[in-house]
Write a protein that binds this ligand. Sequence first.
Ligand code: DAH
Length: 356
Amino acid sequence: MNLDQLKSDWLGRIAAAADEAALEELRVAALGKKGEISLKMRDLGGMSPEERQVAGPALNALKDEVTTAIAAKKAALGDAALDERLKAEWLDVTLPARHRRVGTIHPVSQVTEEVTAIFADMGFAVAEGPQIETDWYNFDALNIPGHHPARAEMDTFYTHRAPGDDRPPHVLRTHTSPVQIRHMEAHGAPVRVIAPGRVYRADYDQTHTPMFHQVEGLAIDRDISMANLKWVLEEFFSAYFGTKVRTRFRASHFPFTEPSAEVDIQCSWEGGTVKVGEGSDWLEVLGSGMVHPKVLQAANVDPAEWQGFAFGMGIDRIAMLKYGIPDLRAFFDSDLRWLRHYGFAALQVPAVHSGV
Ligand code: DAH
C-alpha cells in the first residue's frame, strides 16, 4: 500500500471539492465508518506487531492530515460563500431614497392648532364638549327658550326618539356655545378657555356646509369688560394673520350676551382678492358680547360676583381667509388633489413665533 499515493489522492480531491456538500461526501468516503482510511486502520489488527509499528503511526498521520485538510477546506468554502452573499446583497446606501407620498395636515386641523397656540399664549386653556347635545345645553341654558326665533334660525338637526318617548330630542350642537355652560358648571369661575370643535346646521352652499367648525371663547372674572374683549381679539387676529389687524364692533343681538357685538376685521378687496389687515373694507368674522347674567346663572355662576366676555368664530372661515381657499365645500370632499394642494407638512408646527 502506498500511503503517499493515498495522501496525495485525498488531498487533491479535498482541494477540488466544489461546495460543502461535496466535501462532506469526501469526509464520509475517507473517514466514515466504511471510509477508505478507516478500513485501512481496521486492517492494522491483522498485522504483525512489527508491521503495525510502522503502519500505525503512518496511517494516524494520514488521518490527521486529511482531517485537517477537510477542516481547512470547509472554512475556505464558508468564507467564499459569505463573500458571494455579501456581493449579492450589496447595496448602495448613498442612492437617493425612493419617493413616497406622505399625507398632509388638513387646513382645519392646522388652523385649529394655530388658534389654540395663540390663545394659549394669552392664558386660555382648551375646553371640550359633546357634539350630540341636549337641547338644554344647546339652547335653554344659553337663554334661547323653546319659542325663541333663534332656535328656528339655527337649522337644527334633531336626533330620533322612539314613538311614545316624549322627552325632548337631542340635537347635533349648532354652535360651540354649550361648552361655555358645561365648562362653568364643572369648574366655576374664574374662566379663561377656548372651545374649538365641530358644529352642525342643515345648510349647504359655497360658504355653508352641514358640518363646520367653530371656536368659542370665554373669559369670566370679577371685572372683565368689552375693552378686554377688543384687546384679546385684536391681539389674536394680528398674531393669526401676521400683521396688525384692526377690528370694528357693531351692535348686534344674541340671546346669550348683553350687550352683543358682531366683529369685523379690516380688509381690502383690491385686485379681486381679499387682504386682511389693510384697506378700508370690513369683513364680519365673529359674534361676541358680555355673557348674559341668565347664562351665568344657568351654569351656577353668581352674576352678582362674576362677569366676562364670550365670542364664537368660524374656524373654516378664517382658514379660507388666511390661506386663500375659495370654496368651503371642498374642505370636506376628501379630494386628494385638494388635500395635497392646501394641506400642511406634518412638521410645520404652528407656534406664535413660527410664522405659519
Ligand atoms: N353661537 C353663535 C353662533 O353660532 C356665535 C356667538 C355669538 C358665540 C356671540 C358667542 C357669542 O359666544 O358671545 O352664531
